[in-house]
Design a protein around this ligand. Structure first.
Ligand SMILES: [Zn+2]
Length: 480
């Protein structure tokens, strides 16, 4: 039998307000345990929450960006449960009237296929603390720094059919929220966390199978693996005559397996009731219009523009535009040097190479467009070859704010060799030193050309124009 995988996502995103949702504690990541808390966010009796209105602004802007209907009259609800990371024994959330509903996200997949994921709702809530399990003994420590950090939870419809849609969706949310400046969406720091609800059904069926939920998976790669594992587990279970149990499962990325954690709770298990400590909030039409007016250009529109204005390929434009910071560096540098294809070359080759190699966050990269443009002018002016330029570019990326492009090129003697006499004499030396290769060439082995060019470039430390070297080698060989 052929099976279809059906998935829905619940994504928690921490909003980058300066202070927490109901008190004035900082939202900064890290810090000594239990130093970013106060009586309000640790739920001391007698304290009262005060709503940070910036949370509503960020939330509404997220809702608008995801094409949702925005609720004008907002209320909070109390979700009761006891867990050590939640000292109040309830979480302030929204059940009855989420601030955003009925949205959608359009995705472009690698195959060129497009798909649309519907958003059921988005609600605001507060984050819980962190449990830190000791590596040495059985003890568990509690860190309440995260308690009360504002969250939005984006609940999708069960519209995902393959893992690629899930990762494309999460990447898109990350890009949109970074452009809005409302979250840094760092999965590894937990500021974006995804729960995947997954079930399987025979292909062609319209009924849903029993679903399991995998919680808080913290990288795109882990999500792909978890989906592959869980769909296989469910299919095998059913084919063996078993039944999927509705439960929450924990994904262990190191072992590549998931484990049953607890049976899944339903809304009624939480004894929700309207939060009595926070008055309802309304949002005006003017406010909403203002947020629409200040909506930035998102990645899709930017990529279209990069293709049209700068001649980038669709793939390159999509990659550069997906990152707010990379798009900024690209566009500002192009403004200063007017060489989009050369700027593109260095971003697509060196920047992405180092980002991957060193696992860098593209949003944290700092490359000065002024210095980048100065560097590009050395290349396009023929003063430095691309090969020698790699050494300069590495410094441009990691050399700090004091890095001086021109001085570095001079000090390290990286200027291109323009002296044709030097190129010719080097070519002659290489030919003299390799009589066997010359014989091969004469015998019709034209592929050996590359060997000569490589040797000459090596001796000139990559500082000669490859086209000039190529021509000099060919001339010299033909004259033999
Ligand atoms: Zn606090």
């Amino acid at each position: 039998m052929k099976w279809e995988v059906v998935m829905g996502l619940e994504v928690h995103v921490e909003l980058a307000t300066k202070t927490k949702i109901f008190c004035s504690c900082t939202t900064e990541f890290g810090g000594e345990p239990n130093t970013h808390c106060c009586p309000v966010c640790t739920g001391m009796p007698g304290t009262l929450p005060v709503f940070n209105r910036q949370v509503l602004e960020y939330a509404v802007r997220a809702g608008l960006a995801l094409n949702c209907d925005i609720t004008r009259y907002n209320k909070f609800d109390r979700k009761n449960y006891f867990y050590p990371d939640l000292p109040k024994a309830y979480q302030i959330s929204q059940l009855y009237l989420p601030f955003a509903q009925n949205g959608h996200v359009d995705l472009k997949l690698k195959s060129g296929k497009t798909s649309q994921i519907r958003i059921h709702e988005i609600h605001m809530e507060e984050d819980a603390g962190k449990l830190v399990h000791s590596a040495y003994d059985d003890s568990t420590y509690l860190d309440y720094n995260r308690c009360g950090i504002p969250l939005i939870e984006i609940v999708s419809e069960p519209d995902f059919r393959e893992a690629e849609e899930v990762t494309a969706y999460l990447s898109k949310l990350k890009s949109v929220f970074e452009y809005l400046g409302i979250s840094d969406c760092r999965m590894e720091e937990g500021s974006m966390r995804a729960d995947v609800n997954l079930s399987v059904r025979p292909e062609g069926s319209t009924e849903f199978g029993t679903r399991t939920e995998m919680k808080n998976i913290n990288s795109l790669r882990a999500i792909e693996r978890a989906i592959a594992y869980e769909s296989k587990r469910q299919i095998e279970l059913i084919e063996d005559g078993g039944k999927v149990v509705q439960e929450t499962r924990r994904w262990d990325d190191a072992k590549g397996e998931s484990y049953a954690m607890r049976s899944k709770e339903n809304a009624q298990d939480y004894r929700y009731f309207p939060e009595p400590d926070i008055p309802p909030l309304s949002i005006s039409e003017e406010e909403i219009q203002h947020y629409i007016d200040i909506t930035p250009e998102f990645a899709d529109a930017k990529a279209e523009r990069f293709m049209k204005d700068f001649g980038l390929s669709e793939e390159d434009a999509d990659i550069i535009a997906a990152s707010k910071n990379l798009a900024y560096i690209f566009e500002e540098t192009v403004k200063l040097c007017d060489s989009p294809s050369e700027v593109r070359f260095w971003i697509m080759s060196q920047v992405l190479y180092y980002a991957n190699e060193k696992n860098l966050d593209l949003e944290k990269l700092s490359i000065s467009p002024e210095k980048f443009a100065e560097f590009v002018k050395f290349i396009t002016g023929g003063k430095v070859t691309r090969q020698a330029g790699k050494q300069v570019f590495e410094q441009l990326m990691f050399g700090g704010t004091d890095f001086d492009v021109a001085a570095y090129i001079k000090e390290n003697e990286l200027e291109a060799v323009e002296d044709t006499g030097l190129i010719d004499s080097t070519v002659k030396a290489v030919i003299d030193a390799n009589p066997k290769a010359v014989e091969q060439y004469k015998g019709g082995g034209t592929k050996i050309m590359g060997f000569f060019v490589g040797q000459v470039m090596k001796q000139l430390k990559g500082k000669a124009d490859p086209a000039a070297v190529n021509k000099a080698v060919l001339d010299a060989l033909e004259k033999l």
